[in-house]
Design a protein around this ligand. Structure first.
Ligand code: SF4
Length: 247
């Protein structure tokens, strides 16, 4: 008989909030707390973050905002100058062109201030649903569900959704996730997925959500110390741990 208790999203979110407290915040939320919270700044930061480590996103975003704080400032730079400012980011050449084009449009079409309008955001180069939803939620205070790989993986492992893609997850979460968690789900599950419910070796044995998590796609395995690394309890021993098969 299963020892699991029914999944309770309120309890899960509270426990995840407690679990991620020691870890760095998701980059866009950290930047917002530092004052970089206009729609334009959040959009630029989200573009920089694509396929880029949080540890690189943060200093790169700070660097471009220090050099060119406003859309007009960035529009006055050349694409090459924008590229130099975000050089540490992956695909910086394409991102520089996108950021420069967004800055130009904001200056020419929106009088220098990017509006809180989802359709407008989605019309901008480099801005897909995830970034548009993050901007709407963090910068505009209009909650949307922003699904990245972490939100997709964790909510599927919980058994809270049963989806194949982040896009499907977004649709399902907007139908069943209580509205009060629409912004929180990204703020909490990004660090939770990055540091605890990780892709290959989720830390199930110490997870605060274990009793209600269905661990979909996660199986218990006996694995060696050299494989387990971050989960070692007693050096030189074999340990039962978790291993992901699906996500
Ligand atoms: S029990 Fe395991 S799979 Fe479930 S949330 Fe925790 S770490 Fe992730």
């Amino acid at each position: 008989m299963s020892s699991k208790v029914p999944f309770d999203i309120d309890v899960a979110m509270a426990r995840v909030a407690e679990a991620v407290r020691p870890f760095p915040k998701a980059a866009l939320f950290e930047l917002a707390d530092e004052g970089f919270r206009t729609p334009f700044q959040q959009a630029v930061a989200c573009i920089i973050s694509a396929r880029t480590l949080e540890e690189v996103t943060l200093p790169t975003a700070r660097r471009i905002f220090a050099a060119a704080p406003s859309p007009a400032d960035i529009a006055n730079l050349s694409v090459a100058e924008v590229d130099a400012l975000i050089h540490a980011s992956a695909f910086h050449g394409a991102k520089a062109r996108q950021i420069h084009e967004i800055a130009r449009r904001v200056v020419e079409e929106f009088d220098g201030s990017l509006p809180c309008d989802e359709a407008t955001l989605l019309s901008l180069p480099g801005i897909g649903p995830k970034c548009a939803h993050l901007v709407m939620g963090i910068a505009c205070g209009e909650a949307r569900v922003a699904v990245d790989v972490h939100v997709h993986r964790v909510t599927n492992r919980w058994g809270y959704v049963h989806t194949r893609t982040p896009e499907e997850t977004s649709v399902v979460l907007e139908a069943k996730l209580p509205h009060r968690y629409w912004i929180e789900i990204n703020r909490l599950l990004v660090p939770f997925g990055k540091y605890l419910c990780t892709g290959r070796l989720p830390k199930c044995s110490t997870c605060l959500v274990l009793e209600m998590c269905r661990q979909v796609g996660v199986v218990g395995r006996l694995i060696s110390e050299s494989t387990v690394r971050s989960q070692v309890v007693q050096p030189g021993r074999w340990h039962r741990s978790c291993w992901s098969t699906n996500f």
